[in-house]
Design a protein around this ligand. Structure first.
Ligand code: ZN
Length: 358
């Protein structure tokens, strides 16, 4: 079986790097279409406008409609063509970046991923999650190409609501365990083929960094300050976890996330659901209760929800979540032992027991 590794060619992170966007755009094109989330539009434009005006490249900023739908991809692609944009920039949360990836997929040119919150590991990846007009999950597009540049301004990330940052930690905590499961099951990765040693090594490093730096980082983000711990944790959430999941593989934790999304309506974030999925995966793997409790305690101390109730899954929907988590469209196939819906249901309840026992 083949093994393959994919990545964005360039990753730049630091306080104030937003101001470098213009010079990066000059390196790959002449005209940027900057797609921004409504809430960060002014922050992004203020941060890039001065530096851009002195350079050879120009930009046009456009507000993103809020959902990554086919209609929105079409609308923004038409603006990109009108403006002769040869660089597409997605600035904001996961959805703004997802739509920018899809626009670049349609119009070509270069892509810059500019996350203004560190809430998931999606900014480095080549995947867009697309929704239908009525808000239902339509599925994912796996693009041939990754972003040409991932630009993360930690000053901006640290000023965003702490819940987003904590959610990013929740998403990234699972990466190492999902990569390990994929290796053990002989499963496949998003990159194609088997997990690479490189992908698994990055996933392991991600977990180590989070365990040592995340608690101090969350405290700092609560105060809106950037410390070494914030820089370390941001890199773990965005870069290490992003490369780790695409090249190491996804397994039960993300399958449980997908099961929750399809079976219940909840306000829980992606990372909050993945983190509960991780606890479920650890139970499913038959790990010692003390091990599961230790991970749950770490997550809970950061502010992550660790019970079914806290992530908005009613008791009478646990079987539906388990059933959906085992659909052939999720990453449950990468979990060793071919778990059945009954196995997953009992693991969900087991994880919930651990959460309540803290
Ligand atoms: Zn994720």
């Amino acid at each position: 079986m083949t093994r393959s590794f994919v990545s964005a060619p360039r990753y730049v992170q630091g306080v104030g790097v937003l101001s470098e966007l213009g010079s990066h755009v000059e390196g790959v094109g002449t005209t940027a279409l900057v797609i921004t989330d409504d809430v960060v539009h002014d922050v992004v434009v203020d941060g890039i406008d001065g530096p851009f005006s002195g350079g050879a490249a120009t930009y046009h900023a456009v507000r993103f409609g809020g959902e990554c739908t086919d209609a929105e991809i079409t609308r923004l692609s038409a603006i990109a063509r009108d403006r002769d944009a040869d660089v597409i920039v997605g600035a904001g949360g996961g959805k703004a970046i997802d739509v920018a990836k899809a626009v670049r997929g349609r119009v070509g040119g270069a892509l810059v991923s500019l996350p203004t919150i560190a809430s998931t590991d999606a900014p480095t990846s080549g995947i867009s999650v697309v929704y239908s007009e009525d808000g239902r999950l339509d599925g994912g597009i796996v693009h041939d190409r990754r972003p040409d540049l991932v630009l993360v301004d930690t000053g901006v990330v640290a000023r965003a609501p702490t819940r987003w940052f904590v959610s990013g930690v929740g998403d990234a905590l699972a990466t190492r365990f999902e990569a390990t499961a994929t290796v053990e099951s002989g499963g496949e990765t998003v990159a194609g083929g088997q997990p690479t040693r490189a992908g698994v090594a990055l996933a392991r490093q991600c977990y180590e960094v989070l365990r040592s730096s995340a608690p101090a980082a969350v405290t700092a983000v609560n105060d809106g300050t950037v410390t070494d711990a914030v820089e370390e944790t941001t890199e773990a959430i965005v870069l290490l976890s992003g490369l780790g999941f695409e090249n190491g593989g996804l397994a039960a934790a993300h399958a449980v996330h997908d099961g929750i999304v399809s079976a219940v309506e909840t306000d829980a974030t992606h990372g909050e659901k993945v983190c509960f999925g991780l606890l479920t995966q650890l139970v499913l793997e038959g790990r010692e209760t003390s091990t599961v409790r230790e991970v749950a305690r770490f997550a809970s101390d950061l502010g992550l929800p660790v019970t079914l109730d806290a992530i908005g899954v009613p008791t009478d929907r646990v079987d539906a979540v388990a059933e959906a988590a085992c659909s052939s469209r999720t990453s449950m196939g990468n979990q060793p032992g071919n778990p059945t819906p009954a196995d997953v249901e009992s693991a969900l309840l087991g994880a919930d027991d651990v959460g309540h026992s803290l």
